[in-house]
Design a protein around this ligand. Sequence first.
Ligand SMILES: Nc1ncnc2c1ncn2[C@@H]1O[C@H](COP(=O)(O)OP(=O)(O)OP(=O)(O)O)[C@@H](O)[C@H]1O
Ligand SMILES: [Mg+2]
Length: 714
Amino acid sequence: MPFEQDINGVAANALVRNRTHNISLPVEPPGSTGNVSSSPVDQIQEQNHANTVRISVLRESLRPITLKFEDVSYAIELRENRGNCFSSPQPKVKRNILDGVSGVVRPGELLAMLGPSGSGKTTLLTALSSRLPGKISGSITYNGHPFSSSTKRKTGFVTQDDVLYPHLTVLETLTYASLLRLPNKLTRQEKIEHAELTIMELGLTTCRNSMIGGPLFRGISGGERKRVSIGQEMLVNPSLLLLDEPTSGLDSTTAQRIMATLRKLACSGRTVITTIHQPSSSLYMMFDKILVLSEGCPIYSGSANKVMDYFASIGYKPGFHFMNPADFLLDLANGVNPEARQDDQMEFHGSQNEHNATKQFLISSYKKNLLPILKEEIQRASQDEIHPGKSLPSRSSENQWTNSWWLQFKVLLSRGLKERRHESFSGLRIFQVLSVSIVSGLLWWHSDTNHIQDQVGLLFFFSIFWGFFPLFNAVFTFPQERPMLTRELSSGMYRLSSYYLARIAGDLPMELVLPIIFTTITYWMSGLKPSLITFLLTLSIVLLNVLVSQGLGLALGAVLMDVKQAATLSSVMILVFLLASGYYVQHMPPYINCLKYFSFSHYCYKFLVAVQYSKNEVYECGWGGKECRVQDFPAIKYLGIDSMVVDMAALIVMLVGYRVLAYVALSFSSCYGWPTTSAYGTLDFALALRLADEGVTITVIFAVAVAALIMQSQ
Ligand SMILES: Nc1ncnc2c1ncn2[C@@H]1O[C@H](COP(=O)(O)OP(=O)(O)OP(=O)(O)O)[C@@H](O)[C@H]1O
Ligand SMILES: [Mg+2]
């Protein structure tokens, strides 16, 4: 692992030096860098110059952003009953999630969103990061402009649920993020140093080499995972940082530390917005602005230190003197009068009507007293933006991507290989393939052309085993990666094309090594034609078949993006292709005969047979040494062995076509939103991945059993 060595070795020392020098930014005389200096003073000067360049590159990425949102509303359509065979679907019901939320956050300010669970904090934060699907009414602007791709890269978004690759270590996660997201003006080494700095800053040094972990195996703790998520966004030095509950699940000291880091980031000119559940009083003191939501409606939006005065002015005071302001605000957002809470604990829960009345009063007070002031502030902020020099104009010359396509591809390929190193060459898989190959070799042990039915059966087995095994593995690829892909594409981390090709290239070693082992063992054990050329051709056809079937799996996964649907459809397709491939049924009715032309296993099987037998080859077909021509054997006659070019062309068209389809489906979804499906939770994937292997095994057993029955009956 090159970057680990880099970090542990020389770079770590350089890092510590850099940290000291970063505090003051020395101005270097021009031209001093080119000299080969030997004295310690010169070395320090060189070091200082390097730091100046590095910091200026990171500073360059800091463009102050004023975020304004005005009357933001968002509704979703709920269908209570989707209907079934016996009942008609109910009409859709509209539910308001956000209703007229406004605010303005300037560079240097830290806004905290408070509210009970389900009040719409995450929804608002997602809307502010421009990642909310569906139509949002109202306006959200960044320096007076709508969301653009350059704003996208200046925005960091930490989601409530941590979306991380489970098999990468903390260091790997942050280093890959750093390599992909930091501008190409920084060298690889500087990017790695930057990742290491972030690890130190977030107190992750003790777990830097531990894996993140997932639902099936334990990794770092929840709090550490949250800090890694924050680190991924912090290291790009975003101008606008949005965080969804960054302190949930953390002890108070760590929470304090994270909030202090956010405060520091805000003080250095960033715009920071965070949602937070129950902050302690000391955390509360760090907020500049507060937005309190109650069932999607704002009850307060403005300065944090004026909030108590405002609620006192409309008749609400904390029940006792030292009450945490956040507790007081949450009580109010829930419709609970904090004074009543102290007076009569028994009545605390009150009636639902009372709570609703309190909420309604607070919402209407907000509209009457605060909204006009807020609108004025938004207006003022808009005028500031028009004023020249206040905010930097958008740099039209700015390249849309921070790094080249090739660099993105290389980093993504390396990350993919690391992430899937365990899954790829797991002992179980190798055992599965080795055992099946040895058992098949023994079953068909030294079969010869005189037992042509057996040999044809083996060739068919090659085509189905290596047709469906990769398909089932590939079908879960994109649904499984969807959360990560969505997050990374929406932050402009890389191009879809570099991700796609890196993913396909990363799968190749695993997809190709196992079939090579399998074919080599089974081919020579089973006594197929003992010719190196025929063996190599057979192997190439099996590998082509693997790639076609993998492409179909990728396309199904990319189009449906749903584990359950993709698994169901692929099992149906597997069976249809299997049955139509020409082994089981040779006299299909004409109206369904065309199915075989869509079956890649049909072409593979036909191609394998054609390579194995020459046109004039004969076999013993009766008593007394009677010989028949191979091409007259019924199963082979039906297939025809003189159209190898067509078979190869069909497989190549499918190889390219399915991959293009998968890419088009992915880019369509990434532009217009992913299909809304329920089944893409991590746990579902864990189960799905287990089911995938079981599904393949069951299908293959089923196919072999049917084949055995047919052979018995002949
Ligand atoms: N796509 C959706 N389908 C159904 N309900 C939704 C959807 N999106 C949001 N909601 C509902 O909108 C409300 C607000 O959700 P949101 O996640 O924004 O709440 P929150 O304030 O972040 O809550 P928490 O503090 O628990 O994270 C919730 O009642 C949630 O169930
Ligand atoms: Mg939330």
